[in-house]
Design a protein around this ligand. Structure first.
Ligand code: F6P
Length: 535
C-alpha cells in the first residue's frame, strides 16, 4: 500500500497544484469537508482522486473501524500499559454506558463533573475564600498534560473569562514560579496542584515552593490548596484532604485529560456552563468521527493528509499556524498530543516501524510568524506542509477591520505558497521597476518563489467554547487514526522516562557527590563547569 502511494507520489512529481484547480473547477469543494461548521480544505495539496482513494483504502486495510469501536467501547487498546483510552467518556454527556473491564464508568464521570461544578461555582462566587477574602487568583501547578491543555484553552477562551485570574506554572526553573507569585497576594490566592501521579519532580518542587510562599505570606495552605490526581493518598500526605481532591482514572492519558478534572482551572475561569459547551463541542466531533464515511470524515482526512506529507512525500516537519492569537499555545499543546503519542519507532507488536512515524510539529500564530520564519516556508530548501487555522469572525466587533486583515493575510499565505512566483513573473516585476540587463536577471532570481508548497486550512465560524471542543477532539482523533494506520500505540510514552531517570541520578553529582561516577566525558565537563561557576 505504501509502495502504491509512493508510485502515485512519483507520478505527481513536478505537477503544479495550481494546475489541479485549472483542470477541475470544483476542486475546492471536492477536496473540502465540513462537520458542524468546522471546515477542512485540503485542496491546496497534491492529493487527487486516485491518491485519496488509495489513502482511504488504508483505513480498511488497517481495520480502523474496529479499532475506533474498540476505543469508544473502553477496550484495553493501550496494550503496553493494559489500559483503555477513554477520554471520550469524559465528554459523553448524552451517551449511554461505557464499560471498562465490566464496570460502567459513566456514573463516576458524572459524579466527578458534578463535584467540579460545585467547586468551581464556590470559588467563583466567593463561597470558598482564602484567609484574606474571595479568591482573586488561581495558580495551577502542573506540567505536560497537566498544564498544556488547560493553559492553552484558558487563553483560547479569554472572551468568556469571568472568574478569578488564572496563572499556570509548569517549569522547574524557579524563575517561572517566582515571576508568577511575585504579584499575587498569598491570602487571596488559590493553588491547584495537577498531577496524575503526584510524583512529577517539577510539579512537586513548585507545589512545595508555593506552599511555603503562602504560609510565609499569611495565607493558609491547609485551606487554599486543591489537587487533581489519581494518587489521592500522596495528595493527602502533602496536606490536601479528599474533599478538595479530584481523581481521574488511569484510562485517561495526561495529554488527553483536559475534558475531566484537569480542566478544572478552565472551568473556574469561564464557569461551568461554558465548560459544558466546550465538552459538547468535543462530543459533537466524536459523533462525527464515529459516523462519517472515511472520505467525509474530518479527523480521518486530516490524518491521511498528514501521513501523505510525512510518510509518503517525506516532509519531516509540519507547521501549525493559527491565525488566531488566542490559539497561541495550540502548537505547544499539539507538540505533546502528537509527538508524545506518535513519536515511536516500534510497532504495537514490538517490531521496528519502517519509515517515518510522527513529523516534528511546530508553529506560531499568524501574522507574527510571517515576520519570522515564513521566509523559509516560501523560499527555503525544505518543503514544510502548513496547517492554517482561521475564524470567520473574531470576538471584537469594533475591531472588525483587524479581522479582515487577519483573514486576508491567512488566505494570501496559503495562496502564495501554492502559486509561487515564476522567473518570468519575477523578471517582469523587476523590469516594471526599471531594472535591466544582467543586474535584472540577478535580482530577479532572488525574487522567485518555487510555489507548489502544500497547505491545509481549517476554518470555523468563531472560536467559541463549542468550536474549541471540536478542534481539540479533531486533533485527538487525527492522532489516533495516524497511530492505527502506522500500527503503533499512541497512548504510552516510555520515551520520556530515560532522561527523567538520569536527572535523578545527576542531582547528587551536582551537589558534589562523586561516588556515582561513570559520567561520560561531555557530561563530566559540563558538571565541572557548573560547579566552577555555580553558587
Ligand atoms: O512527560 C511525561 C508525562 O508523563 C506526561 O505524559 C504527563 O502529561 C506529564 O508527564 C505530567 O505527569 P503528571 O500529571 O503525573 O504530573
Amino acid at each position: 500500500m505504501w509502495r502504491e502511494l509512493k508510485a502515485l507520489h512519483d507520478q505527481a512529481q513536478g505537477r503544479r497544484i495550481g494546475e489541479l484547480f485549472e483542470k477541475d473547477r470544483n476542486r475546492a469543494d471536492r477536496f473540502s469537508i465540513e462537520a458542524d461548521g468546522v471546515r477542512l480544505d485540503y485542496s491546496k495539496t497534491q492529493i487527487d482522486d486516485g491518491i485519496r482513494k488509495t489513502l482511504t483504502a488504508l483505513c480498511d486495510r488497517r481495520d480502523l473501524a474496529a479499532r475506533r469501536a474498540a476505543m469508544f467501547a473502553g477496550a484495553l487498546i493501550n496494550e503496553t500499559e493494559h489500559r483503555a483510552a477513554l477520554h471520550s467518556a469524559l465528554r459523553n454527556l448524552d451517551g449511554g454506558p461505557v464499560v471498562v473491564e465490566g464496570v460502567d464508568v459513566m456514573p463516576q464521570v458524572r459524579a466527578c463533573l458534578g463535584r467540579m461544578q460545585t467547586f468551581a461555582a464556590a470559588v467563583r462566587s466567593g463561597a470558598l475564600t482564602g484567609c484574606g477574602g474571595p479568591v482573586t487568583d488561581v495558580v495551577n501547578i502542573g506540567i505536560g498534560g497537566s498544564d498544556l491543555g488547560p493553559a492553552m484553552a484558558t487563553l483560547a477562551l479569554a472572551p468568556y473569562h469571568d472568574g478569578p485570574r488564572l496563572h499556570y506554572v509548569s517549569n522547574v526553573d524557579g524563575a517561572h514560579i517566582a515571576d508568577t507569585l511575585k504579584a499575587l497576594d498569598p491570602k487571596t490566592t488559590w493553588v491547584n496542584v495537577s498531577s496524575k501521579t503526584f510524583t512529577t519532580v517539577e510539579t512537586m518542587t513548585n507545589a512545595h515552593t508555593a506552599r511555603d510562599w503562602m504560609a510565609r505570606g499569611g495565607g493558609d495552605p491547609a485551606r487554599q490548596f486543591s489537587a487533581i490526581t489519581n494518587a489521592m493518598e500522596r495528595a493527602g500526605d502533602f496536606g490536601i484532604p479528599p474533599e478538595r481532591a479530584f481523581g481521574f482514572a488511569d484510562w485517561v492519558g495526561g495529554r488527553y485529560s483536559i475534558w475531566g478534572p484537569i480542566g478544572l482551572p478552565l472551568m473556574i475561569a469561564v464557569g461551568p456552563e461554558t465548560f459544558i459547551e466546550f465538552l459538547r463541542g468535543g462530543q459533537a466531533m466524536d459523533d462525527h468521527f464515529r459516523a462519517a464515511p472515511w472520505g467525509e470524515n474530518l479527523p480521518v482526512l486530516m490524518a491521511l493528509t498528514g501521513l501523505w506529507h510525512s510518510r509518503v512525500c517525506g516532509y519531516p516537519t509540519r507547521a501549525v499556524l493559527p491565525y488566531d492569537q488566542r490559539l497561541a499555545r495550540l502548537p505547544a499543546y499539539l507538540q505533546q498530543l502528537e509527538m508524545e503519542s506518535n513519536g515511536k519507532s516500534v510497532a504495537m507488536d514490538g517490531s521496528p516501524v519502517m519509515g517515518r512515524t510522527g513529523p516534528i510539529v511546530w508553529g506560531e500564530p499568524g501574522t507574527n510568524g510571517q515576520h519570522a520564519f515564513f521566509q523559509l516556508l516560501h523560499q527555503g530548501t525544505d518543503v514544510v506542509p502548513c496547517e492554517f487555522l482561521i475564524a470567520a469572525r473574531g470576538h471584537e466587533p469594533d475591531l472588525a477591520h483587524h479581522h479582515r486583515l487577519l483573514i486576508a493575510s491567512c488566505l494570501a499565505q496559503s495562496k502564495a505558497l501554492m502559486l509561487g512566483r515564476s522567473p518570468e513573473q519575477a523578471r517582469a516585476k523587476m523590469a516594471a521597476q526599471g531594472g535591466e540587463g544582467a543586474e535584472l536577471d540577478r535580482q530577479a532570481r532572488h525574487r522567485v518563489f518555487a510555489g507548489n508548497r502544500p497547505s491545509v486550512t481549517l476554518s470555523y465560524p468563531q472560536l467559541t467554547p463549542f468550536v474549541l471542543g471540536q478542534i481539540i477532539a479533531l486533533y485527538e482523533h487525527r492522532v489516533f487514526v495516524e497511530g492505527v494506520i502506522l500500527g503503533i500505540n499512541s497512548f504510552d510514552q516510555f520515551g520520556v522516562e530515560l532522561g527523567k531517570e538520569m536527572a535523578t541520578s545527576l542531582g547528587p553529582v551536582l551537589d558534589g557527590d562523586d561516588s556515582t561516577g561513570g559520567l561520560d566525558g561531555s557530561t563530566a565537563a559540563l558538571v565541572a563547569f557548573v560547579r566552577r561557576n555555580g553558587a
